[in-house]
Design a protein around this ligand. Sequence first.
Ligand SMILES: Cc1cc2nc3c(=O)[nH]c(=O)nc-3n(C[C@H](O)[C@H](O)[C@H](O)COP(=O)(O)OP(=O)(O)OC[C@H]3O[C@@H](n4cnc5c(N)ncnc54)[C@H](O)[C@@H]3O)c2cc1C
Ligand code: SF4
Length: 489
Amino acid sequence: MGKPTGFIEYDRIPSPVRDPLTRTRDWNEYSLPMPVVDLQIQAARCMDCGVPFCHTGEEIKNGVSGCPLHNLIPEWNDAVYRGEWREALDLLLKTNNFPEFTGRVCPAPCEGSCTVAISEPAVGIKSIEKAIIDRGFEEGWIQAQAPQKRTGKRIAIIGSGPAGLACADQLNKAAHNVTVFEKSDRIGGLLMYGIPTMKLEKDSINRRVNLMAEEGVEFVTNIEAGKDIPMAQLKAEYDSVVLATGAGNARDVKLPGRDAKGIHFAVDYLTQSIKDNLDNGGVQTLSAEGKNVIVIGGGDTGADCVATALRQGAKSIYQFGLRDKLPDLRAIQNPWPQYPKVFQMDYAHSEAEAVYGADPRQYLVNSTEFIKNEKGELTGLRTIDVDHVDAERNLVEVPNSEKIWDAEIVLIAIGFAGATPSIFKDFKVAKTNRHTIEAAKGFYRTDVEGIFACGDARYGQSLVVTAINEGREAAREVDFYLMGETFLP
Ligand SMILES: Cc1cc2nc3c(=O)[nH]c(=O)nc-3n(C[C@H](O)[C@H](O)[C@H](O)COP(=O)(O)OP(=O)(O)OC[C@H]3O[C@@H](n4cnc5c(N)ncnc54)[C@H](O)[C@@H]3O)c2cc1C
Ligand code: SF4
């Protein structure tokens, strides 16, 4: 433990960010590095509580509590406090293949279950994680380490999101020959095409992919496995196949007027914007410039749409959610160490407030109709307010609360209903009643011999950190299946 009295002496220092107004004028990352002295003060706040819930990664009441990767948080906090950055990096890389991603995009369930957070703001764990890995790259400590010998076993990983990449990284470390197939034109899954650039700059994904390629992982893009390479060919050419194909089945809003021009799924809209930034000199081909934008869905993906539409110069932006505003402090039924369900200003909401003078979120609003003109173009959205009627939080419509909102663009961000249906057809694997691939947690085996599944395709829509964990655990099972033993963690 670095400093026994650190948690008494020091306050939490929030992770530094760029000014909300100025950063909406570009697509660069909104977070800033934290000065080393502040990082050491933050690390000193770790009380080395003895039973650190921050690294448990347990599910409590449908929410993850603590780090799903079981990152060795108190240990690396201690190393950072002592200025032993290399030691901190070695500890971090024991459990997390890609801290440069989680240190930027993770909602940090670790912090919600930090023991200091029982009475004070949590230790700034995520800022420290980001600083450790960024320093590792800056110092040149992260170098390609290809295995000396290969086992001769061949594994095909289908899908290159965080689950597929983590699985590939681990299996490559176990000296197998790994090929990652990706149907898109770039590697990274939702890290590349989904999470906006201002949250995660795409160079950091390319840097990791190049490193893995140098270590021997083969990457093949623009190939849809199951179609361009049929399952029979994959089974014949590889000793094992891992499906890490994500939860690509976006939920729709089936309302009158759904065919109006101007309604898009959030992921399609975000992907187009990222592609335009990467390939089109930033010229936005699906632009909200000068338009009234409504995002249906109160979650993080909706927030990413808000931040993107802002940068494109939208005239107005609203984000509608069916739920009530969260409380400022934990409710009695949401105690520590559960994931805290409390009100937060996401980066996008601070930006919208800076640009339009108000938080764009509207709570307890239900959409009822898309309104279009004679050319079939979207012109508005009809809504009605809803309210809770009972302790089960069932919703009823509030009489006389109908409204019509101007909208030339509506973005649907209400989540995903499991894996893309074609996966079940192409790979003949069993499906759960949640439309995910059937493969038990901890085993990751599907009902088809030699085919494994992990990440959002198996678990359902989740987080980058959960996907990395699934990829790591599935790799261990594949290694065991192929070798009869495994040394992977
Ligand atoms: C817009 C958005 C923002 C998000 N932001 C965050 C965030 O800030 N923090 C966070 O923790 N989580 C976030 N998430 C969730 C997180 O991105 C996912 O949980 C995570 O990426 C899942 O990883 P995965 O590897 O299982 O799947 P994915 O990342 O979905 O990757 C699956 C890949 O498989 C490919 N694929 C599918 N079928 C085939 C096939 N037949 N052949 C070849 N390739 C195929 C797909 O093209 C895709 O690239 C966000 C999600 C969305 C949609
Ligand atoms: S990966 Fe996420 S949960 Fe784990 S230590 Fe980092 S920020 Fe916390």
